[in-house]
Write a protein that binds this ligand. Structure first.
Ligand code: GLP
Length: 269
């Protein structure tokens, strides 16, 4: 795991956009896995800015979102499809037929996962997966005790996740308790992973993910098994890491080496 610590959300957003941009520029037909939540919004804003100001193009790109609620239609204001359309897809030049979000309104939600896996496979697999992390250590909607070998499927949300996400729903509005999510194995199959975390409320999950034991109690700790994962943190999210000084030291030591010998080291394929 590569751990990068940034002074603020803006510098983190710029660095994550640099990484996504070099992936797309090197392979214009890249397959990118995307996440919802407040954390990647800065990344999406920065990519939109680069699209508008620097002609960064998404015409060849295919995307697969991590997850979607079960039981609300795609055009619901709180659906993840609406979130992605409003915050990203409608503001760049991507063909909507190249953007996939699991169908939370399928007649049989249990059929959605295997079909989603086939679509990812047909697209050639995910080159770069963007992730956030839940306060309980979930990635996608893989809640604690999710199988580390899991594939896309229906999951029941924990009380903590329902509570964390209740801020997006009106008090009397139906809030889904089930979701369809890529599995942990689906995520680990991505060639390159970028996980972003901001704020002190993520510090415990971040510590468990990076320094805790590999355990389904912290699903994000499964990323310890992945060869090419970069974790981008702001200072508050990094505040509980025991080896914080070491990660900064590694960054300083490796920056020059990697820049000189493997300038595009982090690009997948
Ligand atoms: C949801 C999403 C996750 C996301 C998490 C954190 O539960 N399913 O993919 O990482 O929220 O969201 P936020 O970035 O708003 O803290």
């Amino acid at each position: 795991m590569e751990v990068l610590i940034f002074p603020d959300a803006q510098s983190l957003a710029c660095k994550s956009a640099d990484l996504v941009e070099s992936q797309i520029k090197t392979f214009p037909d890249s397959v990118i896995g995307l996440a919802t939540g407040s954390t990647p919004l800065g990344l999406y804003e920065e990519l939109i800015r680069r699209h508008n100001e620097n002609d960064l193009s998404f015409t060849g790109v295919k995307t697969f979102n991590l997850d979607e609620y079960v039981g609300i239609p795609a055009n619901h204001p709180q659906s993840y499809r609406t979130f992605m359309d409003d915050n990203f897809f409608c503001k760049i030049n991507i063909d909507s037929s190249n953007t996939q979000v699991p169908n939370g309104m399928a007649e049989n939600p249990l059929d959605v996962g295997p079909a989603y896996e086939k679509m990812i496979e047909k697209a050639g697999g995910i080159d770069l997966q963007v992730l956030g992390v839940g306060t309980d250590g979930h990635i996608g909607f893989n809640e604690p005790t999710s199988s580390l070998g899991s594939m896309t499927r229906v999951k029941t949300l924990t009380k903590q996740t329902i509570e964390d996400n209740s801020r997006f729903f009106k008090p009397d509005e139906f809030q889904p308790k089930l979701a369809i999510t890529m599995g942990i194995k689906t995520i680990l199959d991505a060639r390159r992973i970028l996980l972003l975390a901001l704020g002190e409320n993520k510090a415990e999950a971040v510590k468990d993910m990076i320094e805790g034991p590999l355990s389904s109690m912290c699903p994000a700790s499964a990323l310890q098994l992945h060869q090419r994962t970069t974790i981008l943190l702001d200072e508050p999210a990094a505040s509980k890491l025991s080896l914080k000084g070491y990660y900064k030291f590694v960054g300083e030591m490796q920056d020059d080496l990697v820049r000189k010998h493997r300038p595009s080291d982090w690009i997948s394929r």
